[in-house]
Design a protein around this ligand. Structure first.
Ligand code: F6R
Length: 261
């Protein structure tokens, strides 16, 4: 695992988008795993800018989002499908048919998880998975005690996640308490993981996920098993990391990061 500390959130976002853009330029048929949430809004704005101003070409790319609320239709303003269209898909040249999210209206709940897994497999698997982290340590909606081998399925959301996300709903109580999410095992199957974490409110949880023991109580800690993962943080989110000096040294000196410094 590499941890890259950037001076502020804007720089962390730019680096994340740049890594994604470079991966797409190298492989125009990239299969992206995508996340939603407040942290990613600026990443998608930057990718949209790169598409518009630099000709970054998504026409042969595919995407699979991590999660979707159960009971929300695609056109619901709080659905993650709606979020993705507003923040990214409507602003880049990706083919809508190549963008995938779990179907929040699926009636066959176990079947939907299996269908989504099969769709990812049929696309050849995920090349680059973008991740955020929830305040309870979730990745996707893999709440505490999610099996580290779990696959796409339905999951009940914790009170911490409810508090984090209900602010987007009107009224807040209308937020669904269940969601489909890729499993931790599904996420670990991605060929590369890029996690972006910004803000002081994430400092505690990212320190536990990166430097603490691997535990299903903090799903994000499972990325320690992955062989190709970079965690990009701003100074605020990095404030509780014990190994900060080493991470900085490594970013400054590893040849693979030459073009990103
Ligand atoms: C959503 C997702 C979540 C978020 C996490 C952080 O698709 O994957 O794990 O990344 O809840 O959300 P924000 O960025 O709103 O703090």
């Amino acid at each position: 695992m590499e941890v890259i500390i950037q001076p502020d959130a804007a720089a962390a976002v730019k680096l994340t988008a740049r890594i994604m853009g470079d991966a797409l330029r190298k492989n125009p048929e990239m299969v992206f795993g995508l996340a939603t949430g407040a942290t990613m809004e600026a990443v998608y704005a930057e990718l949209a800018r790169m598409c518009r101003e630099e000709g970054l070409d998504f026409s042969n790319a595919k995407s699979f989002n991590l999660d979707e609320y159960i009971g929300l239709a695609p056109e619901d303003k709080n659905s993650y499908r709606y979020y993705m269209e507003q923040h990214l898909f409507n602003h880049i040249n990706i083919k809508k048919a190549n963008t995938h999210l779990p179907n929040g209206m699926a009636t066959d709940i176990p079947g939907e998880g299996a269908r989504y897994e099969a769709a990812i497999a049929a696309a050849g698997g995920i090349d680059l998975q973008l991740l955020g982290i929830g305040q309870d340590g979730h990745i996707g909606f893999n709440e505490p005690l999610s099996s580290l081998g779990s696959r796409t399925r339905d999951k009940s959301l914790t009170p911490v996640t409810y508090k984090q996300n209900c602010i987007y709903f009107d009224p807040p109580e209308s937020m669904p308490r269940r969601a489909f999410t890729m499993g931790v095992g599904t996420i670990l199957d991605a060929r590369r993981i890029v996690m972006l974490v910004t803000g002081e409110h994430k400092a505690d949880i990212i320190a536990k996920a990166v430097e603490g023991p691997v535990t299903s109580m903090i799903s994000a800690s499972a990325i320690q098993f992955h062989r190709n993962v970079v965690v990009i943080v701003d100074e605020a989110a990095a404030s509780k990391l014990e190994g900060k000096d080493y991470y900085r040294w490594s970013f400054e000196n590893e040849p693979c990061w030459n073009e990103y410094r």
